[in-house]
Design a protein around this ligand. Structure first.
Ligand SMILES: [Mg+2]
Length: 264
């Protein structure tokens, strides 16, 4: 059945579905502006949350948290670190995400900062807010990730682990980030969550697209107040949720074309 959808696949492949997403991130004033706007508004929300000790951004935060020290949780990739040059490298080589090329990119530690994030982190730290990074980069990538952050002027404390990576000992964190949010919420009052993927905020990001939209809508009162989302048109659970994982790349592309809403 799926083979029928594949007529013309190679032609579509030649135009590469990452092109416009990448150009938008690399060249548009609009991407720059959205990122800066998000971080400026997050900075304002941080000030409000610092004053309101009943405020928490974490669904995992329960009990008497009013007197816990303040913290924010940021994702890393496409929230702090801009990996669009890596995506461009994939495109230039006419390939899709693969672990060896990702490892190489992470080792290079040359990702630039997402617009607006450096000012936000500096301001938060100045106000005594601990900045945690919860990322699904893997434990063995910790030193190169730290190196990349340091190059950008984001040194990490040596007396506290603020970089919680997937699989890291002793907790062996799973890809789902809720256990890491819960761990931090037991120790800190979580003022804000900032990420580029629904999974950076709430469980259920891997569900079907309609369920994801319903889940996001259920939390509309948090967006722009304690939850801040950066744009990422290149990849994410929004994209992986579109197709069954067992399909080939060509089959996925054909499947996706069938999901487009066309004007009648
Ligand atoms: Mg991310």
């Amino acid at each position: 059945m799926l083979l029928l959808f594949c007529v013309g696949c190679s032609k579509v492949r030649d135009s590469h579905e990452l092109l416009h997403s990448l150009l938008w991130m690399h060249t548009s004033a609009e991407y720059h502006t959205l990122s800066v706007m998000t971080y400026q508004q997050a900075g304002d929300a941080l000030d409000r949350a610092l004053l309101d000790r009943r405020a928490t951004a974490s669904l995992e935060q329960t009990g008497d948290f009013q007197h816990l020290p303040p913290a924010v949780i940021l994702d890393l990739d496409e929230t702090v670190l801009d990996n669009s040059p890596f995506e461009a490298r994939l495109m230039a080589q006419r390939t899709t995400f693969n672990q060896p090329m990702w490892e190489q990119w992470v080792q290079e530690a040359s990702a630039q900062a997402v617009p607006g994030v450096l000012d936000f982190i500096a301001a938060a730290r100045k106000k005594g807010v601990t900045v945690f990074f919860v990322s699904n980069r893997r434990a063995h990538q910790e030193s190169s990730t730290r190196r990349n952050l340091e190059k950008l002027g984001i040194p990490l404390p040596t007396d506290l682990d603020t970089l919680l990576l997937e699989g890291e000992s002793p907790f062996r964190w799973p890809p789902n980030k809720s256990s890491r949010r819960r761990y931090l919420a037991e120790r800190y009052r979580i003022l804000l969550l900032i990420g580029d993927d629904l999974g950076d905020f709430v469980d259920g990001a891997r569900d079907k697209p309609e369920q994801r939209i319903a889940l996001a809508g259920h939390h509309d009162h948090r967006w722009g107040r304690s939850w801040f989302l950066l744009p990422n048109p290149m990849y994410g659970t929004w994209e992986t949720s579109l197709t069954p994982p067992s399909l080939t790349e060509a089959q996925k592309l054909s499947f996706k074309l069938l999901l487009l809403r066309e004007a009648q």
